[in-house]
Design a protein around this ligand. Structure first.
Ligand SMILES: [Zn+2]
Ligand SMILES: [Zn+2]
Length: 133
């Protein structure tokens, strides 16, 4: 797969698996992080993910008392992949190439916290809270 990078190009990575499922989180933290109604991510095994450059430019914000972190480029602010689980990388869907075949929204989570103006469309399954499998 091609080299994927942030807006300024300082941070880049590659993925070695074909992602298919997008999860969109509509919680209040993801609303602020994305500046939008929800944060779409794909989840990859660590083995399928590789940083290529610019890791020194990554800023991490950890939510106090929680297992949650936001990673972003300290130069351009692009949302970057992060590890919210020790075995898996959470990759913002918007940083991926726009033409990955078969990639679609499968689940909306924390729909119970969504903004009133956030209208969810499509066939993705809606969950009030976290994804429970
Ligand atoms: Zn950048
Ligand atoms: Zn969230």
């Amino acid at each position: 797969m091609n080299v994927i990078s942030c807006n300024c190009g300082s941070v880049s990575f590659e993925i070695k698996a074909q992602p298919s499922d997008i999860y969109v989180c509509h919680c209040s933290i993801c609303q602020r992080f994305s500046g939008a109604g929800g944060m779409p991510v794909v989840i990859l095994k660590n083995d399928d993910f590789n940083w290529l450059s610019g890791q020194e430019h990554i800023k991490v914000w950890r939510k106090p008392d929680a297992d949650w972190e936001a990673n972003f480029c300290s130069i351009c602010g692009s949302a970057l992949p992060g590890m919210n689980d020790p075995d898996r990388m959470f990759v913002p869907a918007g940083i991926l190439p726009p033409d990955i075949e078969g990639l679609e929204i499968k689940h909306h989570i924390f729909v119970g916290s969504k903004a009133c103006w956030d209208e969810i469309a499509g066939a993705g399954k809606q969950h009030d809270g976290p994804f429970t499998g």
